[in-house]
Design a protein around this ligand. Structure first.
Ligand code: AHR
Length: 613
């Protein structure tokens, strides 16, 4: 490679070029980045969110209790509450294996309660081995009010349970337990280890809250007029204000979203990590397989107004209507929003673009300094992508979002993708991309591809890997950048690549010339196709050893081939199509992979073929 450092012809690289894309997928919010430890805290889980849910999901009742939706409710947006009988107890199981508490750390309990005749609530934290903190008693009397208590954990446990017992009949709602130790000690804050991993990337921007999460579902708001619409699209106004007044909703990815982590918290996170906030609003067309365009003019007007209101919420003075809401939540100063995206991965380019233009005109008229980002649809759609780009080019749109998820070889072979992009056309926001896997070869292929993004930094202005987070027990999408459960989090190879680029953003591209071109035509080899033989009845006596010769796993395959464990370091198992290695002593997951065929280990496999097969 020849490098000419005296040449100043290379593109300027913006400091904010590399960012992160946060979507509430794989339970990235509740049970993830949002530090709340109680699952289904307001008894709002519903079969509309997920067929297996009831309002008592994650709760067990000792005695009598029922979830009620009547005029005695906490408020119109938080409709269910628990009517707990005298002498009864409810216990919450948290997320994953339970409520995680660490010895010596402080936990803030709160509950909204009502007991006309008065009652005493006894709140305990325990696991099967016993008490995890000194029990607290809370005296409740009269109508709805919030009560608080503080715990200090006397022992560490991943399997805690939070129990609330009541001497007399009581109504309960918003039963909450938060670690005091949140990221930057913010109230209603973020889980520290996850937020720190995101912050360590030094992202230039945070795209939020989705993804398909945004442009699907009914576009109606949460109101009686809409029949208390549950599968409504993600709308920012649902997610701000006091947490007990944020109506929960069905999440596109098949669970419930409490909106405890909402727009205010996303803006605050962006500010706390020094990143530009980049919200995505629905465009009144539903993509992600739904392919419907809404023709309701009044609804479109409302969404356009909501978008203007969002900019006021972010940037307006504390005296403005929406700036006042922000100020009341604790942030009188503006959040400095400069970019906003309308729509996500739209499959109907013409319908999308007609609506996009109306959003764009309204925003540009009121906020000429805000960049309105458009869409190009899914890249694999061919003509959809081309049509969308043509429309965006003709209308001289500032920036267009592209998404693609492809094989590692595709990323190697398409390093030159942006070399031929029109230098006078819209800039590119690569809002979502990943090679299909979390193995080293995936990270490597993404790194190679990113050199092409950087070389074209005059065209590619923003880029973010996707998705960002995955709770290993609730996975809808693989691969993901950061993995976690209720007690630990760990980085993928892809994370390390992103971190390398994001923490070393250059000022300017220095032109270079390669004298030979690496051969990228063949597949990258080295993946152990564990899934193939793990489910095969063709082999006996399978043994997996690591490079140093130690046995990681062995099995004679005489038992159930779909659920087997082996010996070696910790235990190995195949669960629901996932390949997981757990450390036997700590229970921490060491390695996880969704599709074993994509996992790349330095392993050696020895198997004896069964005779006659
Ligand atoms: O990143 C996961 C999903 O991929 C996003 O929700 C969507 O935009 C894309 O299809």
């Amino acid at each position: 490679i020849t490098v000419d450092p005296s040449s100043a012809k290379g593109a300027k690289i913006d400091d904010m070029m590399y960012g992160v894309f946060f979507e509430d997928i794989n339970r990235a919010a509740d049970g993830g980045l949002y530090a709340e430890l109680v699952q289904n805290r307001s008894f709002e889980y519903s079969t509309a969110d997920n067929g297996s849910y009831t309002p008592l999901t994650s709760w067990t009742v000792g005695g009598t209790a029922q979830v009620v939706d009547d005029s005695g409710r906490l408020n119109e947006r938080n409709r269910n509450y628990l009517s707990l009988g005298a002498g009864s107890t409810v216990t919450n199981a948290g997320y994953n294996t339970g409520v995680r508490v660490e010895q010596g750390k402080t936990y803030d309990f709160s509950v909204w309660a009502r007991a006309q005749g008065g009652t005493t609530l006894t709140v305990t934290l325990k696991d099967t081995a016993g008490t995890l903190a000194t029990a607290r008693q809370v005296a409740v009397k009269g109508g709805w009010a919030q009560y608080k208590a503080t715990f200090t954990a006397t022992r560490t446990s991943n399997r805690g349970r939070l129990a609330v017992a009541s001497t007399n009949a009581a109504a309960l709602d918003m039963v909450s337990l938060f670690p005091r130790d949140t990221y930057k000690n913010q109230p209603n804050g973020l889980r520290k280890d996850l937020a720190e991993k995101i912050a360590a990337l030094k992202p230039g921007f945070v795209r939020f809250p989705g993804g398909c999460l945004v442009n699907t579902g009914s576009m109606e708001d949460y109101s009686e007029a809409s029949g208390w619409q549950r599968k409504r699209s993600y709308q920012w106004k649902d997610t701000v204000g006091p947490v007990e007044e944020r109506a929960t909703n069905a999440n596109f990815w098949g669970y419930n979203q409490s909106y405890g982590l909402g727009y205010y918290e996303y803006f605050r996170l962006s500010e706390d990590i020094g990143a530009m906030p980049l919200p995505v609003v629905p465009a009144l067309v539903t993509g992600c397989g739904q392919n419907k365009a809404t023709d309701d003019g009044a609804l479109l007007e409302r969404h356009i107004q909501d978008t203007l209101d969002l900019i006021e919420f972010a940037n307006g003075p504390a005296t403005s209507t929406w700036g006042k809401v922000r100020a009341r939540m604790g942030h009188p100063k503006p959040f400095h929003l400069t970019h906003i995206e309308v729509g996500n991965e739209e499959n109907l380019p013409k319908e999308f673009f007609a609506r996009f233009q109306q959003f764009r005109a309204a925003v540009e008229a009121k906020y000429p300094d805000v960049t309105v980002i458009s869409n190009s649809g899914p890249d694999d759609a061919g003509s959809t992508f081309d049509t969308a780009w043509q429309l965006n080019r003709e209308a001289k749109v500032d920036m267009v979002d592209e998404h693609y998820y492809n094989s590692p070889n595709w990323f190697l072979q398409n390093n030159d993708r942006y070399d031929s992009y029109d230098r006078n056309g819209p800039k590119v926001f690569l809002g979502e991309y990943a090679s299909q896997g979390n193995a080293w070869k995936n990270g490597l292929s993404e790194a190679a591809f990113m050199t092409g993004l950087e070389r074209n930094a005059d065209v590619v202005k923003l880029a973010s890997y996707a998705p960002l987070l995955a709770n290993e027990d609730y996975v809808q999408w693989r691969p993901d950048m950061i993995w976690f459960n209720n007690r630990a989090s760990w980085n993928s190879a892809n994370y390390e690549v992103q971190k390398l680029f994001m923490t070393n953003v250059g000022d300017r591209v220095v032109p270079s010339k390669a004298t030979t071109t690496p051969n990228v035509s063949g597949p990258i080899t080295g993946a152990v196709g564990l899934s193939t033989w793990a489910t095969s009845a063709a082999y006996d006596d399978v043994k997996v050893t690591s490079a140093d010769g130690s046995t990681l796993l062995s099995d004679d395959f005489s038992g159930d081939a779909s659920k087997w464990t082996g010996s070696g370091r910790g235990s190995w198992s195949i669960q629901d199509g996932s390949y997981v290695q757990t450390d036997a002593a700590t229970e921490n997951t060491m390695v996880t992979a969704g599709d074993p065929a994509w996992k790349d280990y330095d392993l050696h496999v020895k198997a004896t073929k069964k005779s006659g097969k």
